[in-house]
Ligand binder design. Structure first.
Ligand SMILES: C[S@@+](CC[C@H](N)C(=O)[O-])C[C@H]1O[C@@H](n2cnc3c(N)ncnc32)[C@H](O)[C@@H]1O
Length: 771
């Protein structure tokens, strides 16, 4: 079996040692100008590898699996309770989940797909997800739902259109239904919908008669500029006036991002709360959309990537996936107005001239800003250079062999005289260049997600769409890297180990806000690595040098106590000499995350008396944690947690992590039926105070890590056992603004459903008591 490492290993043997780097084009050219026998073998390896990855659909197995899930869903749906509303909702959600499985498993078996969609649409409608239900009916029709039953779907769509208040659609669907021969039951439903249409039309007429007030959009203050003055730091962002914490600095929208996990987020709009994912049927469920509209908008790009997803090629290639996406997104614009080039070299030169001209033009369109992002390939070591060059070659051959990208290029480009081999060189060089730029300019989107990421339809979670049950907020306590994204304007910010900005992502859009006060003429910094509170100066230096090729001289790195903040989260008391110490070696810092069973006992010595620490308290605590659904064990855990103070000082990293695990474990146990008493509430509230203060000190109150821990505060407050101050409530609501819109909606709803109401009621009770 050919693997990527085998292929790249053998190809590396066939190519010359690259000791004189010139540029991306010349590097790629080396792979195309090998001695004949080497070239033949080199090309064979690429082609064979791409062929090996082909993974055809087993249509029979797909159909069987899909049918079985759908039938299971049907049984759950049919047996839903007619009397108990909560049980009925649970059945509907379980049925939806099974139907989703049926849709994913069907792959491209249309007979199964259309039934899966039709049935999921029915369950979604019953649950109140009308937009999704409408979409599913469309999908069922698209995949060939039997004609004689289509009126059922149209009726469902009309119902959804009514619920969504979409007059135009409702009118169209009613007109369509009027053409059908309907039995008495359906005719009655149609009559009701006709009445609803009249009502909606009247309502719409009234709404329109109200004065339409134009709300002017907030003027975006220009409070910064890009300095392009030459210097070792290159271009950078500078404040032109005082910017206060939370102030808006700029907004950037990208044409180009890739999800980091298959099937996790919508490929077009990056939505992460997917109740009813719509998969591409051709690439083994790896690409999903939140709607047909998103699927259509992403159609052109996906047509070039579908085969790659089917082969699972992109997960093998890391940043080069985003690089090829950049080429797919921007190629057309790059080639426009390019002048006359007849070969790769001339076209490359024209493109590089374009990049040079755009370098001092920070408001240039995105494709040009991207073209002139800096890269450090000239400083890469040979192994790194070869790896990225081989990846670029593989992706270029993929585009030629497995997609119609070249065909489109021929139609769209004015450079018809350019030979195919020249395009090969140019495309591979552009992929290589994009990858090398992304290494030091790309961004990763981090957000709060449901713990069981792939199960939006998790049982006992949703009361209604986007409304959780009481006590379920903590299930959103995970932080995940969801996508890699190209944001060339944001990339103009240079690095400092204390960031002056805070990012808020909304799909393809990023809003950049000030995290701290930035004075006029001060540089605006982003932090490219773990910041000064979460890594030592030498760890940061090493990473920045290796990846970004510069030596950091920021205020945190150049002050005399450059590790003071970091070490403050890592102070121990020695079990033997009782003196306070901090670990001396980098690998000693997060020893509890080590894979090795022996790591805790074997690695940490007190730097004062050199005694090896036993950490028996750690093992003890971990054992109790596993049992925290039992009241007695929880009591032991609270005691053990209090005793950690002896060994772990201040806001120790490990103590923070154990506090988080204890609270999460107890909330999970409660959600699974364990009962808490007053001691539980009091102890957990105390531990939570510690946790939040510690996370705030280490990550800041608007970070995703902090917001993920806020979910515990929200649950405890919603239970009525934690008394939040009004400042805490205000800070909680403010932090929600940093979440992507779909997730934010869930947080805000929970706040309104269970917290706001409680405080409003308490306020009233207090007012009455005072009266
Ligand atoms: C994302 S880019 C920042 C914009 C870049 N200065 C430019 O001109 O395009 C990252 C690169 O900028 C340079 N850089 C960023 N922060 C720096 C700093 N604090 N000191 C020196 N160079 C820095 C490094 O070359 C780094 O690889």
């Amino acid at each position: 079996m050919l693997t990527l490492s085998k292929v790249f290993g053998e190809q590396n043997e066939l190519i010359p040692f690259i000791d004189d780097y010139q540029n991306e084009l010349e590097t790629v050219r080396l792979l195309h100008t090998l001695p004949a026998a080497n070239q033949k073998r080199f090309n064979e390896l690429t082609n064979e590898f791409l062929d090996t990855l082909e993974d055809p659909h087993d249509l029979k197995a797909c159909a069987e699996r899909s049918r079985s899930s759908r039938e299971h869903g049907n049984a759950v749906y049919t047996n839903r309770s007619k009397t108990n509303a909560t049980d009925r909702k649970e059945s509907l959600l379980l049925a939806c989940r099974l139907y989703t499985e049926a849709i994913l498993q069907a792959e491209n078996v249309h007979e199964e797909l259309c039934l899966g969609y039709a049935n999921r649409g029915m369950a979604l409608q019953d649950f109140g997800l009308y937009k999704e239900s409408y979409e599913d009916c469309e999908c069922a029709l698209e995949y060939g739902y039997p004609q004689k039953l289509q009126h059922k779907l149209i009726m469902r769509q009309a119902h959804c259109a009514w619920k969504l208040g979409n007059v135009k659609k409702l009118a169209e669907l009613i007109a369509c239904l009027e053409q059908h021969q309907l039995n008495s039951g359906y005719a009655e439903q149609l009559a009701q919908l006709q009445q609803q249409l009249t009502l909606l039309e009247e309502q719409q007429a009234n709404d329109q008669s109200e004065d339409q007030i134009e709300i002017p959009s907030k003027l975006q203050e220009v409070n910064h500029k890009i300095s392009t003055s030459p210097g070792s730091k290159g271009r950078h962002m500078v404040a032109t006036q005082l910017i206060k914490p939370g102030d808006f600095i700029f907004k950037e929208q990208t044409a180009c991002f890739v999800p980091l996990e298959p099937g996790l987020i919508c490929q077009q709009c990056a939505a992460s709360v997917l109740y009813a994912p719509i998969p591409c049927t051709q690439c083994h469920q790896r690409v999903v959309y939140c709607s047909r509209h998103c699927r259509q908008l992403h159609g052109r790009i996906h047509s070039y990537e579908c085969a790659g997803y089917r082969k699972n090629l992109f997960t093998l290639l890391g940043v080069s996936h985003l690089a090829v996406r950049m080429v797919l997104c921007y190629m057309q614009q790059w080639l426009t107005d390019l002048g006359n080039g007849s070969n790769a070299e001339e076209l490359w030169q024209l493109l590089m001239d374009k990049a040079k001209q755009s370098y001092n033009w920070p408001t240039a369109p995105q494709h040009l800003l991207s073209l002139c992002m800096i890269s450090h390939l000239d400083k890469a070591d040979s192994a790194e250079l070869v790896y990225y060059a081989l990846s670029a070659n593989l992706l270029q051959v993929y585009l030629y062999k497995c997609t119609d990208f070249y065909e489109q290029l021929r139609i769209e480009s004015r450079h018809s005289a350019v030979a195919r081999e020249e395009w090969d060189l140019l495309i591979a060089a552009l992929i290589l260049r994009s990858a090398s730029q992304l290494i030091c300019n790309g961004h990763v989107v981090v957000t709060v997600v449901l713990r069981s990421q792939f199960h939006t339809m998790e049982p006992k979670l949703w009361r209604e769409p986007f409304h959780l049950y009481l006590g379920c907020m903590h299930k959103f306590d995970s932080v995940a890297l969801i996508s890699a994204i190209n944001l060339p304007y944001l990339a103009l910010c240079n690095h400092a180990c204390a960031s002056s900005i805070q990012l808020q992502f909304d799909g393809r859009v990023v809003n950049c806000l000030a995290a701290t006060e930035i004075k006029a003429d001060e540089e605006i910094f982003n932090c490219y690595t773990l910041d000064y509170r979460n890594s030592s100066c030498s760890m940061r230096k090493q990473h920045l040098q290796k990846t970004y090729k510069f030596e950091c001289k920021c205020s945190k790195c150049s002050c005399s106590k450059s590790d003071e903040d970091f070490l403050s989260f890592n102070r121990y008391r020695c079990e033997f000499c009782a003196k306070i110490f901090v670990p001396g070696q980098p690998e000693e810092f997060k020893w509890w995350e080590s894979e090795s069973e022996l790591a805790p006992q074997s690695t940490i010595n007190c730097s004062k008396c050199q005694a090896k620490q036993s950490f028996t308290w750690f093992e003890l605590f971990r054992d109790i944690l596993a049992l925290c659904y039992e009241q007695q064990q929880r009591r032991k855990a609270y005691k053990a947690f209090a005793e950690l103070d002896t060994w772990l000082l201040d806001y120790h990293n490990l103590k923070t992590q154990l506090a988080q695990q204890l609270i999460a474990g107890c909330l999970t146990a409660k959600a699974d039926g364990a009962t808490w008493d007053d001691i539980d509430y009091t102890q957990l509230s105390r531990i939570l105070d510690y946790l939040l203060a510690s996370v705030e000190a280490q990550h800041g109150a608007n970070s995703m890590t902090y917001i993920s821990n806020l979910t515990y505060l929200m649950d405890l407050t919603a239970f009525g056992k934690y008394k939040c101050s009004s400042e805490q409530l205000k800070a909680m609501r403010a932090a929600f603004n940093y979440l992507p819109p779909d997730t934010k909606q869930i947080f805000v709803n929970y706040y309104n459903d269970f917290i706001e109401q409680r405080y409003a009621a308490n306020g009233k009770a207090n007012a009455n008591a005072n009266a």
